[in-house]
Design a protein around this ligand. Structure first.
Ligand code: SF4
Ligand code: SF4
Ligand code: FES
Length: 348
């Protein structure tokens, strides 16, 4: 098949940047990485990119295709070529480019190291021949264990773009890998550390990391699990944690978000006074409801019922954040219970 690619070429030693187009003949089963190999072999030997395993496990070949991070060796080119598209290939985002598609991963590794990605056992010796952990307990961190350190999530992270010191989705997913490990003895210390500046509460919840991760790690879910674990352990001094708590209180009491009280409840009275002019402006333009009488949803009982139901299930921390099929099952269950509650209410 005929494949056309546009590749952003860059040389950090000269600062020269150019978008170059290449057309090649490639086998139908060729991946993006195979196509880059052909370009390098047959068109321009100076093209630079990273690769190793060619089978989606070493994490070396992260790059962007049409502005979104991909693993080159996982990206088949057949459909793209058949559709006559000419994708633009560029280096990953949020990391400095060294040459062409090769980025400097130093800050990525530094953040990985900062979460102490090794087990710190809460025991001196194994209780038996070895410490056996049940499959069910390890399932909590199954997804986080799949990470291949490719950096695709980091490339697309909005928070990192505005704050380069943000710990980032890959390192935080790794942090959850150890916070959720029942053998680890440093849970509270780890959670304290990740609840500070540039930590879990600085994530904007844009979900781009989740969308671009080629291994299904779901880093945003991992961050949510860390947040839930932090709250479970009473580590809730960060504004983000207070914010999340207020959402729950709002939903439980009125079925809506009580926006007018959000600032005093999360940022304190002093900040609320400072923001009075801004709040009045919002109110004048109908952007926030008046605080009194409280804005109560028509089906507020349902919200309260959902809260009660989750509480009765006794799930807290990461266990309250379920994924995949299990999540769908839980949602269906909750929906059914809410439906039932509604009908019971109507019958009274
Ligand atoms: S969800 Fe959070 S960690 Fe993931 S990309 Fe968005 S800001 Fe970054
Ligand atoms: S979380 Fe996914 S995208 Fe991020 S480094 Fe790990 S495997 Fe790559
Ligand atoms: S070359 Fe190893 S993941 Fe692509």
């Amino acid at each position: 098949m005929q494949v056309a690619l546009k590749i952003w070429r860059y040389d950090s030693s000269t600062g020269q940047r150019a978008l170059k187009e290449y057309e090649i003949d490639a086998p139908e089963e060729a991946t993006l990485l195979d196509c880059l190999d052909i370009v390098k072999d047959k068109r321009d030997g100076s093209l630079s990119y990273r690769k190793s395993c060619r089978m989606m496990i070493c994490g070396s070949c992260g790059m962007r295709m049409d502005g979104a991070a991909v693993l080159a060796c996982k990206t088949g080119m057949y459909d793209i070529a058949q559709a006559g598209k000419v994708p633009v290939i560029s280096a990953m985002g949020n990391l400095p480019i060294i040459k062409d598609l090769v980025v400097d991963m130093a800050s990525f590794w530094e953040k990985m190291r900062s979460v102490e990605p090794w087990l710190q056992p809460g025991y001196d010796a194994a209780t038996e021949k070895e410490n056996i952990v049940s499959a069910a307990k390890m399932a909590v961190i199954h997804k986080e264990s799949l990470c291949i350190n490719c950096g695709c999530c980091t490339s697309e992270c909005n928070s990192l773009e505005s704050d380069p010191d943000f710990t980032g989705p890959a390192a935080l997913a790794k942090a959850m890998r150890f916070v959720g490990d029942p053998r680890d003895g440093n849970t509270v210390e780890r959670l304290e550390k990740h609840s500070g500046e540039h930590g879990i509460w600085d994530c904007t919840r844009c979900y781009f990391c989740q969308e671009r991760c080629p291994k299904g790690v779901d880093p945003r879910d991992a961050i949510a699990k860390l947040g839930a674990e932090a709250m479970k352990h009473g580590i809730d001094r960060d504004m983000g944690a207070k914010h999340a708590k207020w959402f729950v209180t709002s939903a439980r009491t009125t079925g809506w978000l009580r926006e007018t009280e959000l600032v005093p409840k999360t940022q304190g009275i002093r900040m609320a006074i400072k923001e009075t002019k801004f709040a009045l402006n919002l109110a004048r333009h109908g952007k926030v409801p008046p605080p009194f009488p409280p804005h109560v949803a028509k089906n507020q009982k349902e919200a309260r019922q959902l809260y009660k139901l989750v509480k009765e299930q006794g799930v807290s921390g990461a266990a309250g954040i379920v994924q995949g099929e299990k999540a769908l099952g839980r949602i269906e269950f909750v929906k059914e219970a809410a439906h039932q509650a509604k009908h019971e209410g109507a019958a009274k």
